[in-house]
Design a protein around this ligand. Structure first.
Ligand SMILES: Nc1nc2c(c(=O)[nH]1)N[C@H]1C(S)=C(S)[C@@H](COP(=O)(O)O)O[C@H]1N2
Ligand SMILES: [Mo]
Length: 372
């Protein structure tokens, strides 16, 4: 019996509000109203899988192997990891690099995510740096390679995904080997019992079902690490242009972005009333610096305060009441910027794989004449 017959109902019961894009590799995202909370509930958090969920018979017997460019290769049980290293909790946004891909024109290959492949959670685990230092990082180590047992659908010999981190990010204090999410054991759908948490990096770098970390003397070349996979062009490319891998670089830090969670597209409001516009803004390595809102389709903008977030990698809430104005169409937009002066683009330049779309979101509704 295909495993999806068991797993799809499980996904639907654990995450009832999600739109399922792919029933075999279980890919699903929430509608934006479900994301209107500072900490995204497990039931609303998107899931992204490049292959079939791995069969995990006994999660308690899980081990993590550390090998490659280290002085002392090691095999850790879950209990030994917890006992040996300090447990820390880091609040961080997890966003798929393909979030918003459906907005690119012409359409690119890949899952046609709307805007919901993002969430903010409290991740609990041990620092990856502590585990690597315990093994003794050799001077030649420049990259990690992460491994997991999930396999491509119909190709059991091929890993679904095996990505890694530049050694500096692997040793950064925010990067974790996580076993908890929002105060609960890390759910299997989110990579339990162990996953990488790489705050600010695209979701693809957050390896799920982590069972081996191999330190490398070169950039990791595992599944979905080569060619144009999770890479952005370093020069503008036109649709149809021949692709040269030399023109691409691995996506590391995600760009500054915001999400309007209220109102929903297609809203109505009475003339003379106000409309509450709320949502979140976040950024990768460069700190978030501010946000502006427009309620006239981008002709004018006003700065709106961002509430403090739970640390530098969490998203920050904004909420403002804007006048609805006269009957007609009302388009609200949010535009965040970071401390280096990067602003969300009004139109995202096209790229061949449809990654990193941080274009300003437009939410349109109708202002209707006030009843009698
Ligand atoms: N083993 C494994 N890890 C993985 C993936 C995968 O297919 N297999 N997908 C990655 C991608 S592309 C994303 S966006 C995140 C999604 O994490 P989530 O499913 O917990 O939301 O997991 C990442 N880790
Ligand atoms: Mo992703």
């Amino acid at each position: 019996m295909p495993r999806r017959l068991v797993e799809l109902p499980l996904l639907r019961s654990l995450k009832p509000g999600l739109h399922v894009h792919d029933e075999e590799a279980l890919n699903a995202e929430p509608s934006l109203d479900l994301l209107d909370e500072a900490i995204t509930p497990l039931g609303a958090f998107f899931i992204r899988n490049n292959g079939a969920l791995p069969e995990i018979v006994d999660a308690g017997a899980w081990t993590l192997t550390i090998d490659g460019e280290v002085e002392r290769p090691a095999v850790w049980s879950l209990a030994a990891l917890r006992e040996t290293f300090e447990t820390v909790t880091q609040t961080a946004v997890l966003e798929c690099a393909g979030n918003g891909r459906s907005q690119f024109s012409p359409a690119t290959d890949g899952l046609q995510w709307r805007l919901g492949a993002v969430g903010c959670a409290r991740w609990t685990g041990v620092r990856l740096a502590d585990v690597l230092r315990h093994a003794g990082v050799k001077p030649g180590a420049v990259y990690t390679g992460h491994h997991a047992p999930d396999r491509q659908i119909g190709k059991p010999e091929k890993a679904a995904l095996s990505r890694g981190l530049p050694i500096a990010k692997a040793l950064a204090p925010e990067t974790l080997i996580a076993f908890g999410m929002n105060g609960e054991p890390l759910p299997r759908l989110h990579g339990g019992p162990l996953r990488i948490v790489a705050p600010g990096y695209p979701g693809s770098a957050w390896q799920k079902w982590l069972d081996r970390i191999s330190l490398r003397a070169q950039e990791h070349d595992g599944e979905k690490m080569r060619g144009t996979d999770y890479r952005m062009p370093i020069r503008p490319l036109r649709p149809g242009e021949a692709l040269d891998p030399a023109d691409f670089a691995v996506i590391t830090d995600m760009p500054v972005k915001s999400l309007i969670t209220r109102p929903a597209d297609g809203f109505t409001v009475a003339a003379g009333e106000t409309v509450t516009v709320a949502g979140f803004a976040w950024s990768g390595a460069v700190p978030l610096a501010g946000l502006e809102l427009s309620c006239d389709g981008g002709r004018s903008w006003r700065a709106v305060a961002l509430e403090p977030g739970e640390g530098p990698y969490a998203w920050r809430r904004f909420e403002a009441r804007l006048p609805a104005g006269q009957p007609g169409t009302l388009t609200v937009m949010a535009r965040a910027h970071d401390a280096a002066g990067n602003r969300q683009p009004l139109e995202m330049p096209w790229n061949p794989r449809g990654y990193c779309n941080n274009q300003v979101q437009r939410v349109s509704g109708r202002v209707v004449a006030r009843a009698g």
